[in-house]
Design a protein around this ligand. Structure first.
Ligand code: NAD
Length: 317
């Protein structure tokens, strides 16, 4: 048995000896991702108190059976676990660390799981403050978009202690299919942006290659099939071809609607740039992808990120 298995067994035994019921959860941030994640927790039998600045967002969860709180603090009354799914680092900072932030008021032993995508340095800072209050903090960003959030098959990439991870795993399993323990606090965020930086590079590169072929007379489907069986094969060619009508049921065949928005890819590439600069790591390919997505997101931020192919041929959009 490895350390994680031993801790899990100890935790499960003490949970069934004392109280086999599930912990009460406070869920803050009920947007495109948070709302379906919270709904899946309700379906799995967790008792939820929820808070969001948007009333429409809280109404959806009220109808699904959650208690709607008046404030983040109110949501955390009686909660043993707090989950946040917020837009960016500044929102996470304000919910946890501001004067009326949550960390100073939570009971010792509370488990805090932040699934927002934020800079690793920000996640480590919140974790450090949490630890001084005796609170366990995990950064647990997700891979997979709104479809995966609704279907409950997100990938969670978790940074934090083995003990906190063992407590969180059954909860995360109600919202996701693959749960990874990447390492200590911040490691979840680092792994997530490494993956998304690679995805941005692959998408921009695949779009560039298909465009080169098309401009030289090739059929995009024929070229895609050739590369799919050759050494250029990659995830974008397998399941997410950026050229219209090469593949069914992908954003490129649906006007680049749905999917993973360009502005979110742009955000993640900027987080990769920030992390690389703070740690003095050279990322020339990531920097180029960030530059391309920066420009593309000015006009097409709400379109799926595969629309980057339109920088070669605007008539595609
Ligand atoms: P979103 O903008 O749809 O939702 C964020 C929610 O947080 C909103 O409902 C907003 O009202 C609420 N909020 C903001 N500040 C708040 C505060 N102080 N207190 C309470 N609520 C507050 O964002 P999203 O698409 O759900 O994404 C959430 C996070 O997940 C982001 O960090 C994003 O990068 C990441 N992510 C998104 C996707 C995706 O496909 N949408 C995929 C993977 C990861």
């Amino acid at each position: 048995m490895n350390a994680l298995e031993i801790i899990k067994e100890r935790y499960n035994n003490s949970a069934s000896a004392n109280d086999s019921s599930k912990p009460d959860i406070a869920f803050i941030g009920l947007g495109n991702m948070g709302a379906p994640m919270a709904e899946n927790l309700l379906k799995a039998g967790y008792k939820l108190s929820v808070f969001d600045l948007s009333e429409a967002a809280t109404q959806r969860l009220h109808q699904a059976g959650a208690r709607v709180a008046d404030s983040p603090k109110d949501a955390t009354n009686n909660a043993q676990v707090v989950i946040t799914m917020l837009p960016a680092g500044k929102h996470v900072h304000s919910v946890y660390l501001n004067d009326d932030g949550l960390l100073s008021g939570l009971p010792k032993g509370t488990l805090v799981i932040d699934s927002s995508t934020i800079a690793a340095a920000d996640a480590r800072m919140v974790a450090d403050v949490a630890n001084t209050y005796g609170i366990e903090f995990l950064d647990a960003p997700v891979s997979g978009g709104t479809g995966a959030a609704i279907a409950g098959n997100l990938t969670f990439i978790v940074g934090g202690s083995t003990e906190a991870y063992a407590r969180a795993e059954p909860i995360l399993e109600s919202m996701g299919k693959n749960i990874f323990h990447a390492g200590n606090n911040g490691a979840g965020q680092v792994a997530k942006i490494c993956n998304n930086m690679l995805l941005g590079i692959l998408m921009a590169g695949t779009a560039e290659a298909i465009n080169l072929g098309v401009k030289n007379g090739l059929d995009p489907k024929v070229l895609s099939d050739i590369m799919l069986q050759s050494s250029g094969r990659n995830w974008t060619l397998e399941v997410y071809n950026p050229y219209p009508k090469v593949m069914n049921n992908v954003p490129s065949s649906n006007g680049y609607k749905g999917g993973f928005m360009t502005k979110l890819m742009n955000k993640d590439l900027n987080l990769a740039m920030q992390t690389a600069s703070e740690t003095k790591v050279d990322i020339p390919m990531g920097s180029k992808a960030a530059e391309l997505y920066d420009v593309h997101s000015v006009q097409h931020g709400d379109k799926d990120f595969s629309s980057i192919i339109a920088r070669h041929d605007a008539s595609i959009l």
